[in-house]
Write a protein that binds this ligand. Structure first.
Ligand code: PEP
Length: 306
């Protein structure tokens, strides 16, 4: 059996065993920027990702109001993924966005279930339920798009330990089990595991903590969906991911990429993509784990033995 924790501090970085899953990194701009004048700069931040697309899928979630203005401005292959969709299609759904409209625009991906839509707004708006998420997911897949499906636990649950965390994640996943079972191409659903306490707080889950949770989710999928889905579905980590911590997180075998909020509005975003590409190729280059000494020594050792 695979070991629970990959020793990311090892000097000889060999790629983690990931069953050939292609990494995926997304940027969630949420309700930003305030001025449309800033959009060109934010789009330009993504440009360096274009040359990494054969090794890592990249998507961006601009604010709903801005999607139509900029979806054609990104390099081909960078997917524009709206931050939500309705559950049905076009028609009398004021304030909503239909997947049919996204499909017509050539969009390939849609994100749903962000914790800020599942009741973390701090406003007395109704939470989007797990049942609604399953309806939306089925609709997105039926229209031929892929889906980033966000889940995650709030702090009081994290404080109870991994069993409580898994139970919470399972409560958000169980309604989509039949959908995952029926799905042929498992890469069309990406689970974004985002601990709520890490989102926008600057507090990142440690690599070991994130790996333990990702593995628990994957094991649960193996037992409750099937092994193929567990092996092939990608699970992203989200929660204060940035260029500084992406290297260490990327070395974890069950972390298949990142959903990035704040840092996706910064020029560092491509560094996060580079970090997971480097980790998957077994190269320490571009892995900004803050362990420069370790990288230097590792490099010297490798050249001595090659
Ligand atoms: C997010 O919005 O999904 C997110 C992870 O935000 P941040 O990276 O800012 O924590």
């Amino acid at each position: 059996p695979r070991s629970t924790l990959f020793p990311y501090t090892t000097l000889f970085r060999s790629p983690p065993v990931t069953m050939g899953r292609k990494p995926i990194v997304g940027g969630n701009w949420k309700c930003n920027p305030a001025e449309t004048a800033k959009l060109d700069e934010l789009v330009a931040n993504f440009a360096p990702c274009a040359e990494l697309l054969d090794k890592c899928d990249v998507y961006v979630c601009p604010s709903n109001l801005h999607v139509g203005m900029i979806y054609q401005k990104f390099a081909p292959g960078i997917m524009v993924a709206p931050q939500n969709c309705n559950f049905k299609g076009c028609g009398a759904y004021t304030g909503e966005m239909a997947v049919d409209q996204m499909k017509d625009m050539g969009l390939k991906c849609c994100l749903i279930g962000h914790s800020e839509r599942r009741g973390e707004f701090g406003l007395p708006t109704p939470k989007e339920s797990n049942e609604l998420m399953a309806t939306k997911l089925a609709y997105i897949l039926e229209k031929g798009l892929m889906c980033v499906f966000c889940i995650g636990e709030p702090l009081p649950i994290r404080e109870k330990g991994i069993d409580a965390v898994l139970a919470e994640c399972v409560s958000q996943l169980k309604d989509i089990v039949p959908i995952l079972k029926a799905l042929e191409d498992k890469s069309r659903v990406v689970i974004a595991y985002e601990p709520v306490w890490a989102i926008g707080t600057g507090v990142t889950a440690s690599p070991e903590q994130a790996q333990e949770t990702h593995k628990a989710i994957r094991d649960w999928i193996a037992a409750n969906v099937d092994q193929k889905t567990a092996d092939e579905i990608r699970i992203q980590y989200g929660g204060s991911a940035n260029a500084g911590n992406a290297g260490a997180l990327s070395a974890m075998p069950d972390i298949d990429g990142f959903l990035v909020g704040g840092a996706s509005l910064q020029p560092e975003f491509p560094e996060i993509v580079k970090a997971i590409v480097a980790a998957r190729s077994g190269s320490a280059e571009g892995v900004s784990s803050g362990r420069s000494e370790e990288r230097r020594v590792g490099k010297e050792c490798r050249s001595r033995w090659s």
